[in-house]
Design a protein around this ligand. Structure first.
Ligand SMILES: Nc1ncnc2c1ncn2[C@@H]1O[C@H](COP(=O)(O)OP(=O)(O)OP(=O)(O)O)[C@@H](O)[C@H]1O
Ligand SMILES: [Mg+2]
Length: 243
């Protein structure tokens, strides 16, 4: 998938969360977004997902400019799989139902088809024995894997992950990162915000560093992470790699 961000800006209450962000990728592959807290990573993902409207600028996917109007956005949102928060599952539904509900209600699957797709994916991500548990009965890593299964089940053209391991201990983090790596190896297009630098280095095709609403550096992962050109990027990496 081709992705072009064209001078995207977003203000919240007069504060510039994104300041003329531009990026052009001939193939998204795995794009990893890193940068300091408040830098604009979540805001950018939400705009790409069609959940937030920019004040200026353009998102162009495969040469089609995204129209930020309510008549067009629902279709776009349905084509993107998102895993935004550690605990965004429906609490009253089982793991299986969390996956089947959007397939049936939003994507028009029959209950039988939805259950088939959901069970296959739950099995693939080693969750089959947890299918009838509710989120409160799952571990954090299992919950996050269910959220990933739900995002993948709709066959999205693009997957967006916002710190999918932020609330997890190291073992569960590893489980979730394994799943993301599998998706990457399948050749899916995904954009991932993470603070796991080691993981970023392993999976990222491209890295973009967002700080204070601007992309201060972007390029092939090895180049940005090993040989950053900008002072701001060097400063950020020095801080996060220290611990
Ligand atoms: N809904 C909102 N209303 C007001 N301000 C917002 C809103 N969402 C984000 N912001 C502000 O926009 C800026 C960018 O926030 P954003 O959440 O995109 O940062 P981030 O890079 O994801 O940070 P973190 O690493 O802490 O998650 C911050 O200054 C934040 O306070
Ligand atoms: Mg964020």
């Amino acid at each position: 998938m081709k992705l072009r961000l064209n001078q995207l800006s977003k203000t919240f209450d007069g504060h510039l969360a994104l300041d003329s962000v531009s990026l052009a990728l001939e193939a998204v592959g795995t794009l990893v977004l890193i940068g300091p807290s408040g830098g604009g990573k979540t805001t950018l993902l939400r705009i790409i997902a069609g959940l937030e409207r920019p004040n200026a600028g353009e998102v162009v996917i495969n040469d089609q400019s995204l129209v930020f109007e309510e008549d067009y956005l629902p279709k776009h949102r349905r084509s993107v799989g998102t895993v935004f928060q550690a605990f965004n599952l429906f609490p009253h539904l089982t793991a299986l139902q969390n996956v089947t509900l959007p397939l049936e209600k939003v994507h028009g699957y029959s209950p039988k088809e939805a259950a088939k797709v959901a069970r296959q994916l739950l099995t693939r991500f080693r969750l089959e024995m947890h299918a009838s548990k509710r989120p409160a009965e799952l571990s954090g890593g299992q919950r996050q894997r269910v959220a990933i299964v739900r995002a993948v089940a709709i066959k999205p053209k693009l997957l967006l992950f916002d710190e999918p391991t932020s609330a997890l201990d190291p073992e569960m983090t590893a489980e979730v990162l394994d799943v993301i790596r599998e998706l990457r190896d399948e050749g899916r297009d995904l954009i991932l915000v993470t603070h796991e630098m080691g993981f970023a280095r392993q999976v990222a095709d491209q890295v973009a560093v967002l700080a204070e609403g601007r992309i201060v550096e972007s390029g092939p992962a090895a180049q940005v992470l090993e040989h950053p050109k900008s002072e701001r990027c060097r400063e950020f990496l020095a801080k996060v790699l220290k611990y």
